[in-house]
Design a protein. Structure first.
Length: 196
């Protein structure tokens, strides 16, 4: 015979609660797009930076090409008035007075990503000639060198002008070394003439 108390336990069993881990909560819906965005930006950023830099270099070079043409015209006008060419860019007024010399200390401001040097003569296969006369006046011609302030970041091509002749060349990462002693207009190997 079953004891009444036992009978009650058998007929009405109470389930025992087992401790369990809380159910995993799904990630908030707004986190997933953020994670995707971060991944996409990490992949795309180098491309956008390179694309922006390339467009900036092209813009700088196009403006400097026009500046070289304008420099030639400014020198013609200067010669017509003074009977000599300007030996200082500042003598030609703006925008030429804003153009910094290549000889300035590293880190000095550039103009359109470039630095400049007035050339005092020209050299070629037939020899060299100075643009300066015996009185130190620049009467035999004029020339200008424009080189990127920071190769690959502000520009790539180096420009040289003498009279109406404008040439350009990519001197690569050795631009600074190649132009260090360049004080005469010279058609460098590999240079191409720009159409006027």
């Amino acid at each position: 015979m079953v004891h009444p108390a036992l009978r009650n336990n058998q007929s009405d069993p109470q389930p025992q609660k087992k401790p369990s881990d809380p159910a995993p909560q799904p990630a908030p819906k707004h986190i997933v797009p953020i994670i995707i965005l971060v991944i996409v930006m990490g992949i795309a950023t180098p491309f956008f930076v390179a694309s922006y830099r390339g467009s900036q270099i092209e813009s700088n070079q196009n403006k400097v090409m026009q500046l070289m043409r304008d420099y030639t015209e400014a020198q013609k006008k200067y010669f017509a008035e003074k009977h000599e060419y300007a030996q200082k860019l500042s003598d030609l007024g703006e925008p030429f007075s804003k153009m910094p010399e290549i000889s300035e200390a590293p880190g000095a401001p550039d103009y359109l990503g470039y630095r400049f040097r007035v050339l005092l003569g020209e050299s070629g296969a037939t020899g060299s000639k100075s643009y300066l006369d015996e009185n130190g006046r620049m009467t035999a011609g004029h020339g200008l060198l424009a080189a990127p302030a920071k190769y690959g970041y502000t520009g790539k091509n180096t420009f040289l002008v003498s009279g109406d002749k404008i040439y350009f060349i990519d001197l690569d990462v050795k631009t600074d070394q190649a132009i260090a002693g360049l004080n005469h207009f010279t058609v460098l190997p590999g240079a191409a003439r720009m159409k006027n």
